[in-house]
Design a protein around this ligand. Structure first.
Ligand code: ADP
Length: 459
C-alpha cells in the first residue's frame, strides 16, 4: 500500500508546531500535525500558561477586592476556589473552540490524534486507537514539547504537579488549608503566590540558596519580600520523602544538617520540566541530551530537513519563544532548507507571574560578567497608576551600554510587569537607545511612563 505523503509533518500541535503548519499550508503545502491530545495548542493551553494565568488573575482580583473592600463598601470577599477553577475551565474550553475553528478554516492542514515516532529521516509512524500508519514527509518539525519532571523522591506519587492543578479536569477543586510546594522555580513560585493570596498557608521548599535559580539575584531580591504574606520560603532544603497519612501529606526534609518536616493537605511537586524526545530520534541519529534536541538558531538538526522547535530543544522553554521558533523553521523550509531566518535565544521576554510579578529581558547585571552598565531606574512609589492601585512597591530598571546608551536589557518588579516587558522588548529588538526611549511620549497615567522616566534618569 502506498504511503501517505506530506510536505511537512509536525510531531506535536503546540506553539512550536501550528504557526509553521499554518504558514506552510497558506503557501500551498500539505501539512499533517500529530498530537495525542487531538487538539491544537499543546501544554500551554492544556496545563500551562493560560490556565495558570486564569487562576492568577482571579487570585489577584480577590487580593485587590480585599484591599479596597472598605472603599467599595464590600464585605470581606471569600474566594471560592471551585468557582475559580470553573473560570479556568471555561477559558480553556473557549480557546479550544477558537483553535478548532481556526483549523477548520485553513485548507491544507490535517490534525491527527496519535503518537508519532520516527522510523527514518523521511518516514514517521503514527500510532492511534485504530492502528498504525506510515507517513512519508519531505520535512519534519519535531515540536513534542516538555513534560513535568518527577524526581525519584520516595512518596512523589502522593504529590500533585502543575499538570494535575491546571489541566481541564483539574484534580484540585478546593482551596487547601496548607500547601507545601517543592521547588522554587517559576512554576512553583507562581502557584505558591496564588494560593497564599487566596488564603492557604504556603511553605515553599527550595533546594539551592536562591528561589528562581538562574535568574538575576538582584531582581529576585527585590521580588521576594513583596510576595504575599502567608508564604514561607525555605532555601537550602533537601527533600527526603513524602508520606501519606490519610488525607494529609507529610514532607520530610534536611536543612543545615537537621531533619525537619511539615504537614499539608496538598503537596505540589514543581522541580522542573524535561523535553519529550520522540521515539526514533536516537535510532536515526538526531542528537539530543537531557536539555533537549540540539539545534542552532536556524532550528535545524543535523538533518537540514528536520527541525526541532520549542520546549523540545530546551533553548528558551516559553510559549512565545516556541511560536517565533516555529515561524523560523517555516521560513527555512520555504527557503529550501537554507538557513534564511534565525531565532534569537537571548532576547526573549520572561515573566514570573507571581503576585506581584517580575519580568526581565536581555542583559541584566548578573549576565554582564563585570562589564559596566549604565542603569536607568524608576520607582513605582512615584508612579500615578501605582498610587491609584495602591501598589507602590517595585521598580523598572533599564540597562544600557555606557558609551552609546544603547538599551541592552531591563527588569520590572511590580505592577504590569508582564505588559511592560513587552514594550521594553520591542524597543530592544529595534535597537533603541536611552535617547529614543526618553523622546517617546509614554501614555499617562499608565505604568509605561516609567520606561521613559527610567531612561531620562540618566541625563
Ligand atoms: P511547545 O510549546 O514547544 O509546542 P508543548 O509542550 O506545549 O510544547 O506541546 C507539545 C505537544 O507535543 C504536546 O501537546 C504533546 O502532547 C505533543 N507530543 C509529545 N510527544 C509526541 C509524540 N511522540 N507524537 C505526537 N505528539 C507528541
Amino acid at each position: 500500500m502506498a504511503e501517505k505523503v506530506v510536505d511537512l509533518l509536525c510531531i506535536g500541535a503546540g506553539g512550536a508546531a501550528y504557526p509553521a503548519a499554518f504558514r506552510l499550508a497558506r503557501a500551498g503545502h500539505q501539512v499533517l500535525m500529530v498530537d495525542p491530545k487531538g487538539v491544537m495548542s499543546g501544554n500551554c493551553l492544556y496545563e500551562g500558561c493560560v490556565p495558570s494565568k486564569a487562576v492568577r488573575e482571579m487570585a489577584s482580583l480577590a487580593g485587590a477586592t480585599r484591599r479596597f473592600n472598605a472603599q467599595l463598601g464590600l464585605e470581606e470577599p471569600r474566594a471560592d476556589y471551585a468557582a475559580i477553577v470553573q473560570h479556568k475551565d471555561q477559558v480553556q474550553e473557549r480557546r479550544y473552540a477558537q483553535h478548532a475553528q481556526e483549523l477548520a478554516a485553513q485548507p491544507g492542514i490535517e490534525l491527527r490524534k496519535g503518537v508519532a515516532h520516527i522510523l527514518d529521516p523521511h518516514t514517521v509512524q503514527i500510532d492511534d486507537d485504530q492502528g498504525s500508519e506510515k507517513i512519508h514527509c519531505h520535512h519534519l518539525l519535531i515540536a513534542s514539547g516538555s513534560d513535568v519532571f518527577v524526581p525519584p523522591i520516595p512518596g512523589a506519587e502522593h504529590c500533585l504537579t502543575s499538570h494535575d492543578l491546571y489541566k481541564p479536569d483539574s484534580a484540585l477543586r478546593a482551596l487547601p488549608k496548607r500547601l507545601i510546594v517543592v521547588g522554587g522555580g517559576y512554576i512553583g513560585l507562581e502557584t505558591a503566590s496564588f494560593f497564599a493570596q487566596l488564603g492557604s498557608q504556603v511553605t515553599l521548599l527550595q533546594r539551592g540558596g536562591q528561589i528562581l535559580n538562574g535568574m538575576d539575584p538582584g531582581m529576585v531580591a527585590l521580588l521576594q519580600p513583596l510576595l504575599p504574606a502567608g508564604m514561607r520560603i525555605l532555601t537550602d532544603v533537601d527533600v527526603q520523602r513524602i508520606e501519606a497519612q490519610g488525607a494529609l501529606r507529610r514532607v520530610v526534609w534536611q536543612r543545615a544538617g537537621q531533619e525537619e518536616s511539615g504537614e499539608a493537605e496538598v503537596v505540589l511537586l514543581a522541580v522542573g520540566r524535561s523535553p519529550v524526545i520522540p521515539e526514533g530520534c536516537d535510532a536515526v541519529g538526531i542528537e539530543f541530551d537531557r536539555h533537549g534536541i540540539q539545534v542552532g538558531p536556524s532550528l535545524q538538526t543535523r538533518y537540514p530537513h528536520i527541525y526541532a522547535a520549542g520546549d523540545v530543544n530546551g533553548r528558551v522553554p516559553l510559549f512565545h519563544a516556541a511560536v517565533r521558533q516555529s515561524l523560523v523553521a517555516a521560513h527555512n523550509i520555504l527557503g529550501g532548507n537554507q538557513p534564511l531566518d534565525y531565532a534569537d535565544f537571548h532576547t526573549v521576554p520572561t515573566t514570573i507571574f507571581t503576585l506581584p510579578a517580575a519580568a526581565y529581558i536581555g542583559m541584566t547585571p548578573a549576565k554582564a560578567e563585570g562589564r559596566e552598565l549604565a542603569v536607568g531606574r524608576y520607582d513605582f512609589a512615584e508612579d500615578s497608576r501605582a498610587q491609584i492601585l495602591e501598589r507602590l512597591e517595585g521598580e523598572i530598571r533599564l540597562f544600557f551600554e555606557p558609551s552609546s546608551l544603547r538599551l541592552l536589557g531591563g527588569w520590572i518588579v511590580g505592577i504590569d510587569a508582564g505588559a511592560l516587558i513587552g514594550q521594553i522588548g520591542t524597543a530592544l529588538s529595534l535597537g533603541a537607545t536611552a535617547y529614543d526611549l526618553a523622546r517617546f511620549a509614554d501614555q499617562h497615567p499608565m505604568s509605561a511612563e516609567g520606561i521613559g522616566k527610567a531612561a531620562r534618569s540618566l541625563f
